[in-house]
Ligand binder design. Sequence first.
Ligand SMILES: CC(=O)N[C@H]1[C@@H](OP(=O)(O)OP(=O)(O)OC[C@H]2O[C@@H](n3ccc(=O)[nH]c3=O)[C@H](O)[C@@H]2O)O[C@H](CO)[C@@H](O)[C@@H]1O
Ligand SMILES: C=C(OP(=O)(O)O)C(=O)O
Length: 417
Amino acid sequence: MQKLVIHGGSKLHGEISISGAKNAALPVLCASLLTAEPFAIQNIPHLRDVTTMLALLEQIGVRILTNEPGTTELSAANITNPTASYDMVKTMRAAILVLGPLLARTGQAHISLPGGCAIGMRPVDQHIKGLQAMGAEINIEQGYILAQVGRLSGARIAMDVVTVTGTENLMMAATLASGTTILENAAREPEVIDLANCLIGMGAKIEGAGNDIIIIEGVDRLHGGSHVVMPDRIETGTFLTAVAACGGDVTLIGTRADTLDVVLGKLAEAGADIDIGGDWIRLCMQQRPQPVSLRTAPYPAFPTDMQAQFMALNSIAGGTSIMTETIFENRFMHVQELTRLNADIQVEGNTAIVHGIPQLDGASVMATDLRASACLIIAGLIAQGETIVDRIYHLDRGYEQIEQKLAQVGAHIKRIN
Ligand SMILES: CC(=O)N[C@H]1[C@@H](OP(=O)(O)OP(=O)(O)OC[C@H]2O[C@@H](n3ccc(=O)[nH]c3=O)[C@H](O)[C@@H]2O)O[C@H](CO)[C@@H](O)[C@@H]1O
Ligand SMILES: C=C(OP(=O)(O)O)C(=O)O
């Protein structure tokens, strides 16, 4: 099994290019199911989740016309098997995003329930309720969602909770429904806007993406075309947090500061100097970080996907911070690993109290999920001595060449077998 070996203590200097966003690329790949015409996607990151999604789409009947670095062209002219098996859904929760498009395009879908995962329960009741409101007949049998419909009908759907994949599934389904769908309490994440822009480029009629009410007027068919996936705001935030923790001066290229307002505000609160341009962000850190308290919540609030990385930063801050996780009930698994590096953290329910200490000490640690892996890399970069991060297969789901990108700005990090 592969591991990362990190020798901490180096400041980071230079430039890093940001990849396309995992959490935008995966729904956009699913959108290809909505048209019989070829559809090209650019700025796709090279990640394990993308490979898994392409394998799922192929099982469904999608042909991969081109798969070159950065560009993938797909044809869903013949959907032969509108199914996503448990094996697919359990390795990648975004597989649930084929449900809405398959039902809209073919009138049927046979999709495994995702079940829980390391970070918490991953219910899909809002997806199911929304599709039922649009006229789908849905039964759950042996852990599978069996859905069928003649044609989906537009409906007014008020979601009980803000759900990103739920909003994306229902928005995609509604593009081919008869009549108008109104999604209330919709997620406002930039990835929802990116998907809406992709669908609009295919001929969908969508208004309001980025607000909590999205209105979709169904059309008879969507056409092919192309879409450029937005830059990864979580990869961007991860590198910015690494520089804030290690000290140094790094510019991230090919990113979007407007998707990271709250994260940039928290990094400034930690003591970083930040400059932003059209497609770049420069962060310079010359002091020990100040503690930053935060509470995760749906966009535009602080993202749950950045909580773990900020905990590494707070672990060496000059004071105490309070970090509250409100999205997932089990997203503090990195705490136990950070304490192996001597971090001083107490967890009370969904709140972690982090007492910053001057120095972490290297140790062997185990990655438990995607963003916990990123947290442990940052912790290793600031710790004195050697840190070995095990189970990094989680990392490869969501970060493209992370160790190469960090090494390029001066980090001592390498992958070993
Ligand atoms: C709102 C939010 O921050 N969502 C995050 C969530 O998206 P993801 O789309 O995976 O999760 P959701 O946004 O759907 O879930 C948000 C919350 O709603 C609950 N829920 C969801 C669907 C449903 O049908 N019923 C239900 O109760 C979930 O248990 C969770 O507590 O994880 C992703 C990966 O870490 C992050 O990129 C997203 O930012
Ligand atoms: C946990 C994540 O992804 P997923 O929802 O695919 O598990 C993530 O992107 O941080």
